[in-house]
Design a protein around this ligand. Structure first.
Ligand code: IPD
Ligand code: CA
Ligand code: CA
Ligand code: CA
Length: 254
């Protein structure tokens, strides 16, 4: 893998400055609703354009797949980019949004970075090399008691998912654990599992660009990434990330 994580960090941090320029001027930042629950702003488009230009110039051997621009020709090995994950939060002036960049080579996630510019927190991982937050190694929590576990989800605020089955699932988990959190950025939710700030995260109907980088960061931090049946792998339509210690107990509630 011809990638320098130091160079990647410099590129992603610069993308963060592009986003922050809009974040500090939201009243003049155009926002559109792609569909009832999906927004895009001028910042999403500017960040993606920046990342596509810089990454394809520095690494012409890799293709590019961005949420807002779609897929380039070469998809065997590619950058998988969510220019702003948590656009709704971004547009409201909240701090919990992130830039997610993953490198997939021949179908294997090899490197990932999730940067929260408003918090200035940079998470990264490369396959087999561990996970890091702002340059310090991170690991998932030691919490083994379901009753004391804190669980993040993206389900709770999306009307489309307030089905009886999902409400029952959310209720089971809420009754058996100590706290629920809905932060608004799936990429960041996964990094909080990796950093031990929460013990599990679950969501459905995501896309690979939402979760690719964060999932690798969880795995490199010693966590698990499965579907709701416990099958190992990155399944954006049904993702469950845990610290490993509460996996069996959470699966029994899914
Ligand atoms: C969204 C965020 C949110 C999740 C939504 C995603 P976006 O990404 O990750 O946390 O619940 O399902 O669409 O659209 O802001 O890039
Ligand atoms: Ca979106
Ligand atoms: Ca997203
Ligand atoms: Ca996005």
């Amino acid at each position: 893998m011809s990638l320098s994580l130091v160079e990647l960090e410099a590129v992603v941090r610069e993308a963060g400055q592009v986003a922050l320029a809009y974040f500090r001027d939201l009243k003049n930042t155009a926002i559109h609703k792609k569909n009832p629950r999906d927004f895009v702003t001028a910042a999403d488009l500017a960040v993606e354009a920046y990342l596509q230009a810089v990454l394809t110039e520095k690494y012409p051997q890799y293709g590019f797949w961005g949420e807002e621009s779609g897929q380039s020709a070469n998809q065997a090995s590619r950058w998988i980019v969510d220019p702003i994950d948590g656009t709704h939060s971004f547009a409201r002036g909240q701090y919990f949004w992130s830039i997610s960049v993953a490198l997939e080579i021949d179908g294997e996630l090899m490197a990932g970075a999730v940067y929260a510019p408003a918090l200035d927190d940079y998470y990264t991982a490369a396959k087999g090399q561990g996970a890091f937050k702002n340059g310090q190694a991170i690991t998932v929590s030691a919490e083994a008691s379901l009753a004391d576990a804190m669980v993040a989800t993206g389900f709770a605020c999306l009307r489309a998912y307030l089905t009886d089955n999902n409400l029952a699932r959310f209720g089971r988990i809420a009754q058996q654990t100590t706290g629920q959190r809905r932060f608004g950025s799936a990429a960041m939710d996964l990094c909080l599992v990796a950093d031990g700030q929460v013990d599990a995260f679950w969501e459905q109907e995501l896309n690979l660009y939402d979760v690719a980088a964060g999932a690798l960061i969880v795995l490199e931090a010693g966590g698990t990434v499965t579907d709701f049946q416990g099958n190992p792998g990155v399944f954006p339509k049904q993702i469950l990330a845990t610290n490993g210690k509460v996996l069996a107990d959470i699966l029994a509630l899914m």
